[in-house]
Design a protein around this ligand. Sequence first.
Ligand code: FAD
Length: 564
Amino acid sequence: ANHWDQQYDVIVVGSGGGGMTAALCAKAQGLSAVVIEKSDKYGGTSAVSGGGIWIPCNDDIAKAGAHDSFDEALTYLKRVIGNGVPQARIEAYLRNGPDMVRYLADTFDVRFHSVPKYPDYYPNQPGGKEGWRSMQPDAFDGAKLGAEFDRQRESFKGTLLMGRIAMDQIEAHTLFSRGPGWIRLTLKLVLKYWFDFAWRRRTHRDRRQVLGQGMVAALRYAMLQHDVPLQLDTGLESLVEDNGRVVGVAVTQNGRPLRYHARRGVILACGGFESNQQMREQYLAKPTTTEWTAAPPINHGDGIRAGQQLGAAIDLMDKVWGSPTVAKPGAKQQITLFVERGMPGCVAVNRKGQRFVNEAAAYPDFRDAMYADDAKGNGCVPCWLVFDATFRHKYPMGIFLPGQIEPDSKLPKDWLDKVYYRADTLDALAQKIGVDATGLKDSVARMNGYAKTGVDTEFHKGETAIDRYYSDPSVKPNTCLGPIVKAPFYAVALWPGEIGTKGGLVTDARARVLREDGSVIAGLYATGNTSAAVMGPTYAGAGSTLGPAMTFGYLAARDLANAD
Ligand code: FAD
């Protein structure tokens, strides 16, 4: 007979967006649920993320008089995903995404709203849209969390104004693209933070929580309100099986081995394997290293391996939610470049000084292009983003803010020619970074030509709405294209990183984990990056990882509640 230390109807492993959603939804349907979390902080990668969820046909679209339909969304997804993902899962995602958002709002006051101008990543594909499908969490007042505020995983400084002040997707877009009112907005955000004296005595962290912080905070608050326990420092070791059915988990809590009984089932929501070097080498394109990831160093593929031990099938293991990243000295993870590549006046080149991609391409495509070009022997890991003094002055660059706010003189001295490179001529810059000077000068000359005509005949930078999302509307004729002419010239190395891996356990339309032969492992569910992504090899739009993670968490809970 089994000895159990604790018993619940549902055990959720991992406290990211998908895990917390699943636990809340299980509880609201009358089940007892617990979230166990290996680290001493809750929120996972979800807490440091943009918190965006991609939900076609969400309620805001109709309310705003905009248009979307299930058929258009399905057409779009099938086109960008290709054939690898069963249509039943894609349909389950599209049908239940809007329900999930409504359910979280109505039941737990966890609210998201559409970002009107955020385009799909392939807006020109059939069924693609130029806005509204991405949603962001409402701002949350962190003070409501009490002591739990301090146990939340903190956001990265790079996503904060001046490393401190929170800004949501819409605010960040206004600031980075210098949209109407950006100076007023900056002042408003800074003053609001600054005059919050009482709170700042407690912590430097902004209590206005937005992006992933806002999402995780709202979910955690709902867990407190609805008595869903969270156990930190409690890591899954293995699944406990009885007669082919998952009935519990073996965990280590603060170094102590314990066994928990799951009367109905276990939901694995404990992330991917981006921080596991051995698994990276086994599954991902090479070269690869944990150092290039932009995710915090917390996910080691534990859930995927636990599922495999019970015969679960895996898929998409060579795929990641890719993104070019830059290294910041002393940081535990790298920084993704979401914004800067679209700005005018930069060029991405390989070691031959040649361009190989549309700089403004969706971040996963940029990362894939690096590997493809590297495989041709062109030396593209790392590649280099080269820009001039005008770009440096006006736009951010991953590790630093625009020069007008954070000039070179304010950067640490030892970063020069290590973290970023600077020279008075392109020849000297090429020499410093080991790139072919003739190739680089040629690429820059061509870019300068495109800046004049507004047409990038090679890689089409600036032709789609998503290219132009982060660009400079004051630059004409193409808001993504500017000349690289003013000394000094700069270069930063970009690495083929990711914001998470996307391969994992194969699940069905109800988030149940499947064996190789397609049979269901009773009592076992997976969501988020522990499961093979419903997006297959693609990234449909901002929020393509968390949207599905939360939707399939919601579906897993519903399935468990309906089980007898
Ligand atoms: P996580 O959120 O990482 O949660 C997994 C949790 O499981 C962690 O807390 C981990 O500590 C815990 N865990 C691991 N092993 C165990 C174990 N053995 N036992 C118990 N617990 C364990 N995606 C979007 O969709 N929209 C965005 O706007 C977005 N922006 C991003 C911005 C940045 C800078 C980054 C880095 C990522 C972004 N992403 C975004 C990606 C997104 O954050 C991740 O894909 C998503 O958070 C993965 O969710 P998850 O639940 O699978 O994993």
